[in-house]
Design a protein around this ligand. Structure first.
Ligand SMILES: Cc1ncc(C[n+]2csc(CCOP(=O)(O)OP(=O)(O)O)c2C)c(N)n1
Length: 689
């Protein structure tokens, strides 16, 4: 089979093995240029899988680039979503789109998202990024082909670390049970994952015996020997009565000496020097138009920035972070505070941390780094969020203080039923860390941007939910949750560095909001504000309130600054770091005292806004108080790839958007009080008053 014209049936191009090798090599070069232009992405895995990609897209799969939805095409399911750039290059080299365009990888609005999205790019079969789901999708696609009496094949590309996901084995069982001989799984066995060697993180071998025992036909090949790859894929198509899995032994970072077999190159892009060296090693210095590609990327980026700026609410000057000489902030990722707390408190023998193969970046590895004696209380669970959640419940039942964490979307959605039943129903002392919450995760895109986790976590009985505003508050919150708080607890933090707006003396009391008030301009932004526990705060007759949580608190503070500078208005900012149990009194008082409440959350609108509005509507103190409310947050849409601060603008969750909303609401308040005054005057002059 090959690239085909779906109308005439003619073969578009027949690649020789040598030509395929050359194409794979070129694709590696384009991949590295695109990663460099993006400034992020997955070098190691995209390089290890490139020979398989070239074989599939250019030789083995039957498809027509001019007719991407040809019903009789073979389907290629890219379960290993982080290797999206290889998929994009496979498609581009096959003729589905211009090769040069791949260089817009991971940029805002680009069809070349950090993880593949089939709605944005023709030729992509399904959207992936959450590991372990592709094989089940492939089972469904293969079943559909059987139901329709179709002859096409379904290929599913997976990673070896990915095999740790339990769902893979449910799908493997199903494919075996249903004798899906139209399904061909391919595993990129490069032996590495994020936290290190697969065999150390969570051994998945013997894969051949495992798949065979589920009724699969198994082949093992050298995944860099193009002839073997093509032969195995062709042979797989001829197997009957059984699904086939090809275990392809590969090298992570293949082709670039300093990337080969180095775990650190999993999720990293080369800098300019590394790119030059890599292209040289691949023998591509003369063959890839690096400057033309980078110019294209830069032009695309400049256009993104122009369009974004045009959409931003405007004020008399630029109030963006650190844009002026005063009101400067220091920035640090909130997740740092989590690691610091684990490092400080980890000597408590009850503390046990569970690794989910993303340990360094979410800082949970700070628990044991430099402290080898704690290693025995570090349990690496692999990429297995669901089982780890229930295992944590088991540890807690026996008196341990288990902590687990990963991207918030995999820490609070993938395993939701396990959190609900194993952890919350049993009311166990499990601390779950949802890292990389919100859109500011950036270029990884929608699959990695948790925008719904707080709905689920707040909805669970017994669960407590904390969303700290900066790294310092994260540390305090973790200290409290880890050692003092009993019961299920969820802490959510961000990936991007965000402003530090508190210090050691800032109050943090679980369940109690803080009031933050702008006092004077200062050299340091945080010093311009005074923070108090809401319960000890006295009404100062502010014009409006902004209620925020997480890194939206600094944005709310900056909005308060904009509103004061531009209009002279006073704002009460409420830092609602604890979403559950919620500080009802602080919310009611803010509403009562100011009459305007704007909520601000880096989440689908509602996790904060609906909780607050629920309180506003059901509190007797507010029954006859006229209130004007507004909500800032993500408006019922999935995230996108892009730079973190671009996404804050695109998803309208910046201080400027909060301030803009406040202006809109203040206009109503003023109109209403003008009408009230007129009515009073009217009644007075009519002699009724
Ligand atoms: C459900 C889920 N959990 C965690 C992640 C984060 N993650 C991305 S890649 C990766 C490691 C994958 O290892 P492997 O399948 O071996 O891929 P490779 O090493 O070849 O890149 C992890 C844990 C994810 N994308 N999805």
């Amino acid at each position: 089979m090959a690239l085909k014209d779906s109308i005439t049936g003619k073969v578009i191009r027949e690649y020789s093995i040598e030509e395929l090798k050359d194409a794979a090599n070129l694709m590696r070069g384009y991949d590295l240029v695109a990663l460099h232009a993006a400034g992020s992405g997955h070098a190691g895995g995209t390089l290890s899988v490139m020979d398989i990609t070239a074989a599939l897209y250019l030789k083995v799969a039957k498809h027509d680039p001019k007719n991407p939805s040809w019903p009789d095409r073979d389907r290629i399911i890219w379960s290993t979503g982080h290797k999206a750039p290889s998929l994009y290059l496979g498609l581009a080299f096959a003729g589905f789109g211009p090769i040069d365009d791949v260089v817009t990888l991971r940029k805002l609005w680009s069809p070349y998202q950090g993880h593949p999205h089939w709605i944005k790019l023709p030729g992509v079969e399904v959207s992936t990024g959450s590991l372990g789901q592709g094989l089940s999708i492939a089972v469904g696609v293969a079943q559909a082909a059987k139901l329709d009496g179709k002859q096409h094949k379904v290929f599913c590309l997976m990673g070896d670390g990915e095999q740790q996901e339990g769902q893979i084995w449910e799908a493997a069982m199903e494919a075996g049970h249903f004798h899906l001989d139209n399904l061909i799984g391919i595993i990129d066995c490069n032996r590495l994952q994020i936290d290190g060697w697969v065999k150390d993180v969570m051994d998945v071998e013997p894969l051949a015996a495992k798949y065979a025992s589920f009724g699969w036909y198994v082949m093992r090949i050298d995944g860099h020997d193009m002839k073997q790859v093509v032969d195995a894929l062709e042979q797989a198509k001829a197997v009957t009565h059984r699904p086939v899995v090809i275990l392809a032994d590969t090298v992570k970072g293949k082709g670039v000496s300093f990337m080969e077999d180095v775990a650190g190159w999993h999720g990293k892009a080369p800098n300019r020097e590394e790119l030059t060296k890599a292209l040289d090693e691949l023998g591509l210095t003369e063959r890839i138009p690096v400057q033309r590609l980078l110019d294209k990327a830069n032009q695309y980026q400049a256009e993104v920035e122009r369009k974004l700026e045009a959409k931003m609410p405007k004020f008399s000057r630029n109030y963006w972070w650190n844009a002026a000489d005063d009101m400067k902030v220091k920035m640090e990722p909130t997740r740092k505070g989590f690691g610091q707390s684990l490092s400080e408190n980890g000597d408590d023998d009850r503390v046990v941390c569970l690794g989910l193969d993303i340990s360094g970046s979410i800082t949970i590895s700070d628990f044991y780094s430099g402290k080898p004696e704690r290693k025995k209380r570090w349990i690496s669970m692999g990429i297995a969020e669901q089982s780890a959640t229930s295992a944590a419940a088991g540890l807690a039942k026996e008196g341990k203080l288990p902590v687990l964490g990963t991207y918030a979307t995999f820490a609070a959605a993938r395993n939701l039923d396990q959190i609900r039943t194993s952890v919350c129903y049993g009311n166990f002392n499990v601390l779950i860390a949802g890292a990389h919450g919100g859109v500011s995760v950036g270029p990884d895109g929608a699959t990695h941007q948790a925008l719904e986790d707080l709905f689920a976590m707040q909805g669970l009985p017994n669960m407590s939910v904390v969303v700290p505003c900066d790294a310092i508050e994260t540390r305090k919150a973790t200290n409290y949750l880890l050692l003092q708080h009993k019961g299920p607890k969820y802490i959510r933090f961000a990936r991007e560095a965000t402003p530090i707006v508190s210090d050691a003396s800032t109050p943090f009391v679980f369940g109690q909001a803080n009031v933050i008030r702008l006092r004077d301009e200062a050299a340091n932004f945080a010093n311009a504000f005074e923070t108090r526990l809401a319960s000890s705060y006295r009404n100062e007759g502010e014009d409006l309130s902004i209620i925020a949580c997480g890194p939206m608190v600094p944005e709310a503070m900056r909005a308060a600054y904009i509103l004061k500078q531009e209009f002279g208005w006073e704002t009460r900012v409420l830092n609602l770091h604890t979403l559950k149990p919620i500080d009802t009194e602080a919310i009611v008082r803010a509403a009562f005292d100011t009459g305007i409440v704007v909520t601000a959350e880096e989440h689908q609108i509602g996790a904060l806004a609906w909780r607050v509005s629920g309180i506003l509507t059901e509190s007797p103190q507010l029954y006859d108080v006229p209130l004007i409310t507004g909500a800032i947050g993500v408006k019922d849409r999935f995230g996108d790839s892009g730079a973190p601060w671009e996404l804050i603008k695109e998803f309208e969750v910046s201080a400027e958007h909060i301030a803009h909303k406040a202006v809109e609401l203040m206009a109503f308040k003023k109109k209403r009080s003008a009408e009230k005054k007129e009515e009073r005057e009217h009644l007075f002059y009519a002699g009724v008053d």
